[in-house]
Structures are given as C-alpha cells and as structure tokens.
Design a protein around this ligand. Sequence first.
Ligand code: FDA
Length: 398
Amino acid sequence: MSNQFDVAVIGAGAAGMMCASVAGQNGRKVVLIDHATRLAEKIRISGGGRCNFTNLYAGPQNYLSENPHFCKSALSRYTPQDFLALMKRYRIAWHEKHKGQLFCDHSAEQIIDMLKAECDHGHVAWRMPCKVEAIAREGERFVIGTDGGSILAKHLVIATGGLSIPKIGATDFAFRIAKQFGLKLVEPRPGLVPLTFDNAGWQPFVPLAGISLEVGIETGEKKSRTQFREDLLFTHRGLSGPAVLQISSFWKPGTALTLDLVPEVDVAQTLIEGKTTIKKNLGNILAQWLPSRLADGLLQANGFQPDARIADLPDKQLRKLGEALNRWVIVPNGSEGYKKAEVTCGGVDTRELSQQSMMAAKVPGLHFIGEAVDVTGWLGGYNFQWAWASGVAAALSI
Ligand code: FDA
C-alpha cells in the first residue's frame, strides 16, 4: 500500500469528502483520513435525518465571520445549483421546506452514499478509522504520523470541523494544527445553540416548556442589530427553536435579547382602543394571539389576572402589558454549549487563508475547509453549502 499522495485530507465529513472527491476526479492522488468508525455522522443526523443540504438563497449575507467578504469567492464558484446538479445525477429526490431550505425526501444517508461514490469515482484511498498522531513539514511535503503508519503528501487539507457534538467525534484537531503552524484563531464559541436562563428567574416559565410560536427576535447594539422572525420553543431550561438558534450565533454573553411574542399586533394600542368595545377578559383576548397556556403564564409572570377586564385597567397598565408582549427583554445566562450546538462559530482566522484556495499564506500546501474556518452559516442549509463550496475551492486549487 503506497503511502505517498498528492493530497491528504483529514476529516471525512461534508467538506472533506467533497474536497477529496473533486481533487481525485481531477487526477490527484488523494487519501482521506478519519478517526471515526461510522462515516459522516453529522450528515446522518442533520435535518432530523433528512439533511438540509443547502439553501437556494445562500449568499455571503447568510454567514458570520470576522471577514464577511472571505466566503464570497468559494460560494460564487460552487452554488446550490451545482450541488443540485450532482444530486440529480444520483437521482436523489428533495423538497423545499421553508425559506429556501432544501431537504432529502428520503434520508440523509443518500447524501453520504453519493459523496462516498464520488470519492470512489476519484479513486480516493481511505484510512478510516485512523488516528492522526503528529504532523510535520519536511521540505515541500507533510508527514502525517498515524496509528497505521506514516503518510506523505504535498498538500494537507484539514477538514475536521468544529467542536460541536463531541460525542459523535468532534475534536479541536483543526485548531491545534493551526496553532502548531503559527496561524491565528478567532476564539471558537458554540453557535446555533439553545440559550439558558438563571434557574430561579426561569421558574415561572418552566410550566411553559413545549410551547412553540412564531416570534420576532433581536439582539445587538442599535447599529449592529440582528433580527429574525422564526419559531420559538420554550424548554425546561430556557429557550430554543429556530428563532433562538439563529440569534444565538450573534448573541454576546451578558447582553439582552428582545422578543416580540405577537409580531402582527401592537398589543398596547389594540387593548387601549378596545377598552369600550372588547368585552372579553385579558386571558381570552391574549389567547387570540398566543397559545392559551402561554397567554395565562405571561399574564401571571407580569402580575396580571387572566380574568381581569381591560375596561377596568388603566392605560398605563395596558401599555406595560403591551411592552411585555411586544418587547420582552431577557438576558440569557449562557447556552447549552457544544453538546447541543449545531455549529462552532469562530475558528481558523480567514486573514491567514487565501479565499481562492483556502490555503494558509504562511504554510504553502496547508489548507483549511468547512466548519474549522471562521465562516459560520445561519440555520437552514447554509453550513453544508459552505462545506461543499470551501471543499471544492481547495480541491480545484491543488
Ligand atoms: P464535519 O463535522 O461534517 O466533519 C468533520 C470530520 O472530521 C468528521 O468525520 C470527524 O469524525 C472528523 N474528525 C474530527 N476530529 C478528527 C481527528 N482528530 N482526526 C481525524 N478525524 C477527525 N448544517 C446544515 O447546513 N444543514 C443541516 O441540516 C444541519 N443540521 C445539523 C444538525 C446537527 C445536530 C448538527 C450538530 C449540525 C448540523 N449542521 C447542519 C451543521 C453541519 O453538520 C456542519 O456545519 C458540517 O457538517 C461541517 O462540515 P465539516 O466537513 O467541516 O465538518
């Protein structure tokens, strides 16, 4: 078995398989190395088992990075339509769910099988499961010491992802290699993650666990305010659902979130104007807009009786209630962390990498792709699109 390759890719996830297959099909001799026993677990569990594999509207505006321009080149050279063309060749059926999010009709396994077949088509050699023990640069080559012997390669592509979900094999390998070669990191932090609240302060909301509703949610200073309109989910420990996952990547510890629980209605104005005409009690009025368990819970949490009549309440009180529903300001005390986060924000600093080739300027031949890089997508298929696009960008440059 030869141990000399043009390209060694470490990490056989979304970005690594895409990169290895394209480089292999371009005539490069490629080896793909992964420590896991099961291939591409994150693809398998993604999208509830159906993999939200891209987003029709993916563009640079859907990514967080200290350099928002970095992702432009790769994303424009490998688009959602390119991935759909690949899926068409494998006759994988898909559907659009919501806001351009594309899912497999049947199973995420189909995406894994497709990428594996593409690697086979490129004659990619596999080392899996295989533990990488050390990496050194000798002259123009990298020497990769593994528990199965040394591998030599002119190009080394690090595609080992971020820190999210350690129990399925996530490690800080990419960050360690970046540091070993003197590359800067943007401090990693959990992204697309449920947020938690102070135990005592959250007690009034614990009975609301399981309730879901569409809300407006925002965070940040006036100039850099980020907003989403998505579903919110109450949990025993805090808040989750797409609204909170989206905002969590932008949220800074110690700062507040503002939620509009009734985004279609100016609650204070409607209540004040309805004082003479609306005969229902507060609980029944709010239940028109909110799940009734939530309406009662929020009224009680804000010191209102659900059976109070609005005609009996001063305007000041109704304004206070409107504020509580249209501008609910809360300060999370943290997040559920990497064990629940869908992604890792931060990572290898893009200022160290070429946006064309994903190669480190300081270390010719060393590339970083996928989630390991400081480019993090919103929820909705954007992270896989970055994995495909950055993998292709590196492969085409080698
Ligand atoms: P990825 O994590 O896919 O692959 C890294 C590979 O490196 C793994 O195979 C791992 O075993 C290997 N590895 C790690 N350390 C190693 C080491 N030390 N030595 C050797 N190998 C090592 N995104 C999206 O767009 N749509 C979606 O539907 C979802 N859904 C989703 C659900 C859940 C539960 C999670 C946790 C995440 C998602 N995501 C998502 C995010 C998406 O899965 C993620 O961004 C991509 O998989 C990142 O692709 P990478 O190839 O960079 O890393």
